[in-house]
Design a protein around this ligand. Sequence first.
Ligand code: ADP
Ligand code: NA
Length: 327
Amino acid sequence: MARVFSGIQPSGKLTLGNYFGALSRFVKIQETDECMYCIVDQHAITVPQDPEALRRQTIEACAMYLACGIDPEKAIVFVQSHVSAHTELAWMLQCVARMGELGRMTQFKDKSGGGANADVVSVGLFTYPALMAADILLYQTERVPVGIDQKQHIELTRDLAERFNRDYGDTFTIPEPWIEEIGAKIMALDEPTKKMSKSSPNPNSYISLLDTPEEIKKKFARATTDSEREIRYDREAKPGISNLLEILSLCTGESIESIVNRYQGKGYGDLKREVADSVVELLTPIQAKFHRLLESGEAVDAFREGAKKAREIANRTLQKVRERMGF
Ligand code: ADP
Ligand code: NA
């Protein structure tokens, strides 16, 4: 049994990428491991957020976690900003991190658009990986289930923990990324060489977990594929079709090989329709549960209770860090 930590930003509506890369895995892992599942609202403000929208999205994310099957009896669920130890440790880790290593983070490079935007990009966008490291290290986390996009940040977290342990004495458990081969990178529907993300300005590029059946069908019907007619799995040469195959396999549990065999001699349109139907089938009960939870306020209560438990664990680590650093 391992201590597990992971989180999702409430910077928009959670997507099918968040579901397969994170939420559906959280649900499985809570059965066997000691899990801390967080909604990382403080990460969201590295780019401008409307406060009312952020508040609403955070509440919706709480309901969506539980609607997807996360059980507050089996995992500790909480909102990052409810546990102030995160930002305090983040400051200390910013003083352990180096400008150079943060500058090498590909997510920062992508989101900041290079040096030309230095007067509009926040300092928080640059130092964000130190906050993420704090999230993980506060709980003496051993394994971090994430999609492939977070691998580099977990490696940085390991480097910071090792440096701290070396300079100040053994304090942090060194965490490992936990990435599955299938579902680790669901691609954008319009541009299948990029990952699907809730922060994309184009809503046709992602499936929100709250999309209606009509929206889901329309988005898959428009999904970018290629000019061939053959259905086979090849992420390099056929990213669009491979993404559809992966989504279908994740929805139904049928192997990609078996799907490909069934589709010999059939067209892209047939595959798109089956994928859309499977996603609708997956999301319909989740959406019903989400709306019930949102109305009852039950999810928010569970997250408040969770924060109490998280605070206790986090403060134990934080106290140790304070002493080690001379406070
Ligand atoms: P987003 O890019 O949608 O804002 P987050 O940064 O909040 O996502 O990531 C939350 C979790 O979801 C992380 O574990 C991340 O790796 C995972 N994730 C995000 N997008 C995808 C995707 N397209 N495919 C698989 N996992 C993803
Ligand atoms: Na992200």
